[in-house]
Design a protein around this ligand. Structure first.
Ligand SMILES: Cc1ncc(COP(=O)(O)O)c(C=O)c1O
Length: 408
């Protein structure tokens, strides 16, 4: 079979689901009164709580903001150790260190990419004050086993559900197994509200501490609206024919992740910090909650079809070992030359993310050399597009391209 690319055709790595209703909400929301917005936000939190088994839920400025509030509420501060996954978002580690905390990485399994009860137990010391477990790319980790280890040591467990709204373990929602959970509402996440986050907990002390903070925040819809407008522009660019050419220029080995760093830096500058969640985000969040089950079903099916058609050089994430996943990124390990794979895929019109564009190995950032699982996952990780812009024809085309480019 011969297969040819086209200089302008590219199946993009991410697509943001923006419809007319979202644009209407966004523009209308800039003028919301604080009271009207607060009512919308309460409705959104109420619905999220119902879908999380009745946990107390509050909307926050971002997932990382929710993590800060959880750490504050738990009284975790300067000099305290925190067990974190060795394979996670590097910016979280920088943020934790900025608070004076000492993150200690627990290694991950090379098939599930997740921490295990054993790796968490190995990372705990006499100075540990909490454990953070991540349901990576929406796939439940062995949260029951990890909760048992944390309980044995008398430590609070924080569930990082940034990717995992809607994941379930034995019918129980991810986020309901620890002392508290954080969710991200970023644009490509299962519940995307143009950014923002959720804090969920059953602990009354944490509720009181978080509410005291959140209730003091002033209402200003502009920072979230500005960010949402930038995202709309980005989506417009991704849908344009010039994206194929731009992606080839932005994502190259010579750039050493330079564009991705620039992109994350831009995000940092426009991420709302300590303002209240806005009314238009709440309205969009409510719509996304209503469509969540269908979205997860659809993308999980697509995930399965993509995995079933992968050439043997790829090992897709083992994501259903501990429960039902929420649909987020499709990530596989690839045993060959990744930059070459990406280059060849780009030339044929498929936009793959690799290495730190997928997620980070944070052990080296912490001076640790005892996390070989995370090192391997990081070195071999490739994200293959999985979003609502993938239809049957694109899925077929992706299968053909992957088969063509993975041959040595
Ligand atoms: C593993 C993980 N935890 C936490 C977060 C933080 O979420 P946010 O970007 O909403 O602050 C992210 C963001 O992508 C993440 O990937």
């Amino acid at each position: 079979m011969s297969i040819h690319g086209h200089v302008f055709g590219m199946i993009p790595r991410r697509r943001i689901d923006i419809g007319r209703a979202d644009i209407g909400d966004l523009l209308g929301g800039i003028g919301d009164s604080p009271d009207a917005a607060a009512a919308q936000v309460r409705a959104f939190e109420h619905q999220a709580s119902a879908m999380l088994g009745g946990l107390w839920v509050r909307a926050t400025a971002s997932g990382r903001d929710a993590l800060d509030l959880i750490l504050d509420g738990l009284g975790i501060g300067v000099g305290d150790e925190l067990v974190v996954p060795a394979y996670t978002l590097g910016e979280l580690i920088v943020r934790l260190q900025g608070r004076g905390l000492r993150p200690v990485a627990a290694d991950v399994d090379v098939d599930t990419f997740a921490v295990t009860p054993q790796s968490v137990a190995r990372a705990i010391t006499a100075r540990t004050r909490a454990v953070v477990a991540l349901h990576v790319f929406g796939a439940p980790c062995d949260i029951r086993g990890i909760a048992a280890v944390a309980a044995q040591h008398g430590l609070p467990l924080i569930e990082d559900c940034a990717h995992a709204f809607g994941a379930r373990i034995d019918g129980r929602p991810a986020g309901s197994f620890g002392s508290a959970a954080l969710f991200s509402l970023e644009v490509a996440k299962p519940v995307a509200a143009f950014g923002g986050g959720l804090l969920a907990t059953a602990s009354s002390e944490l509720q009181a501490a978080a509410a005291a903070h959140l209730d003091r925040r002033r209402y200003n819809a502009w920072p979230a609206a500005r960010k949402a407008l930038i995202k709309c522009l980005e989506e417009f660019a991704v849908r344009s024919p010039a994206y194929g050419l731009a992606a080839r220029m932005m994502f190259r080995e010579q750039e050493a992740g330079g564009f991705e760093q620039f992109y994350r830096g831009l995000h940092d500058r426009v991420r709302p910090a300590d303002v209240a969640f806005s009314g238009f985000q709440a309205r969009r969040g409510l719509r996304r909650l209503a469509g969540l089950a269908q979205r997860n079903r659809h993308l999980n099916l697509l995930w399965g079809e993509l995995a079933a058609g992968l050439p043997p050089e790829f090992a897709a994430q083992a994501r259903a070992r501990c429960g039902e996943p929420a649909a987020y990124n499709f990530v596989a390990r690839y045993s060959g030359d990744l930059p070459r794979l990406r280059r060849r895929a780009q030339a044929l019109g498929l936009d793959l993310a690799i290495h730190g564009e997928v997620l980070d190995d944070v052990a080296p950032m912490l001076g640790q050399t005892d996390c070989p699982g995370a090192a391997q996952v990081f070195a071999e990780a490739v994200a293959i597009p999985l979003h609502l812009g993938i239809d049957a024809a694109r899925l077929r085309r992706m299968g053909e391209i992957l088969a063509a480019v993975s041959r040595p």
